[in-house]
Write a protein that binds this ligand. Structure first.
Ligand code: HEM
Length: 261
């Protein structure tokens, strides 16, 4: 029974922590790659944002998985730190290859600050609450459409009726979409907002590098050669992620991106 309780309390929590952490990490990398398209230009960036919105139900499934992962990640982190504190008097002889032992208090602190940053970020860019003046811009673009004898048809309808191809004409369909590029540029042109994002992302970097180290410790993947190398890689990886994310507000603030807005 004691073993069962232990499994329930510690190991299971750590597995949940690691699994949800991996899901969140995948999102952070995917979101980063998507955001880097801001450097290609307005058309590409807005097309990407529009494509995400057009995922419809699938987007809500992804959001559900992310939210569930985040909530489980936060709950288990609090649970584990409570258990950690309760277990302090018992000293184990554990070979700890990670020199700077992952400090659970600083993880909790950076975690709380990242949660605050994320709340602000969603209110700003996803819900348009904090700065409706940044959010409420749409743009129009022309999409190629087809008409058959004056009636608009889709490409699928055309494929279903090959005879119609003899009467086809091209037309331009004007489509409206959210101007996410303008929203991001207007946002980061404000130094306070840009600095808030830079601080949020740097905190994320600290959290990330410690999290990767504790992930390997939790799984017991350690060793005198492996661990120092892994620590180095986790730091380099986090620096790259931070540098790529903050390059966006910095470039916009310096006027290198978004000149046409
Ligand atoms: C410079 C850094 C960042 C930029 C430029 C940025 C940009 C954006 C934009 C434009 C959206 C709204 C997309 C849309 O509604 O069309 C968004 C949503 C979001 N961002 Fe970021 N982001 C940044 C950093 C981050 C970071 C560090 C995190 C995680 C800690 C994050 C998490 C999210 C989440 C969870 C959403 C909501 C996705 C959804 O629609 O469900 N972002 N971001």
């Amino acid at each position: 029974m004691a073993i069962l309780n232990f499994l329930r309390s510690t190991i299971l929590s750590k597995v949940v922590m690691a699994a949800t952490g991996v899901i969140l990490l995948l999102f952070i990398c995917g979101h980063l790659l998507g955001n880097m398209q801001v450097f290609i230009g307005k058309e590409t960036f807005n097309h990407y944002a529009q494509m995400l919105q057009s995922l419809g139900e699938f987007l809500w499934i992804i959001r559900g998985v992310l939210l569930l992962s985040l909530v489980l990640h936060i709950i288990t982190s609090i649970r584990l730190s409570v258990l950690n504190n309760a277990a302090k008097p018992v000293k184990y002889r554990v070979t700890n290859y990670v020199k700077a032992k992952v400090n659970s208090r600083s993880m909790l602190l950076t975690g709380i600050m990242i949660a605050a940053f994320l709340t602000y970020h969603l209110l700003h860019f996803t819900l348009g609450v904090t700065n409706p003046d940044h959010y409420s811009h749409n743009e129009y673009y022309a999409e190629n459409g087809f008409t058959v004898q004056g009636t608009s048809v889709t490409a699928e309808q055309l494929n279903d009726n090959p005879d119609a191809a003899h009467y086809i004409d091209r037309e331009e369909i004007i489509v409206e979409r959210h101007d996410v590029y303008k929203m991001v540029v207007l946002g980061f042109r404000e130094p306070l907002i840009a600095v808030a994002y830079i601080i949020g992302v740097v905190l994320l970097g600290f959290h990330l590098s410690h999290a990767i180290q504790s992930f390997f410790q939790t799984l017991g993947i350690t060793g005198p050669k492996f661990t120092p190398r892994m620590v180095q890689c986790s730091i380099i990886f986090s620096i790259i992620v931070v540098a790529m994310y903050i390059s966006i507000p910095i470039s916009i603030l310096l006027g290198l991106v978004g000149g046409g807005v």
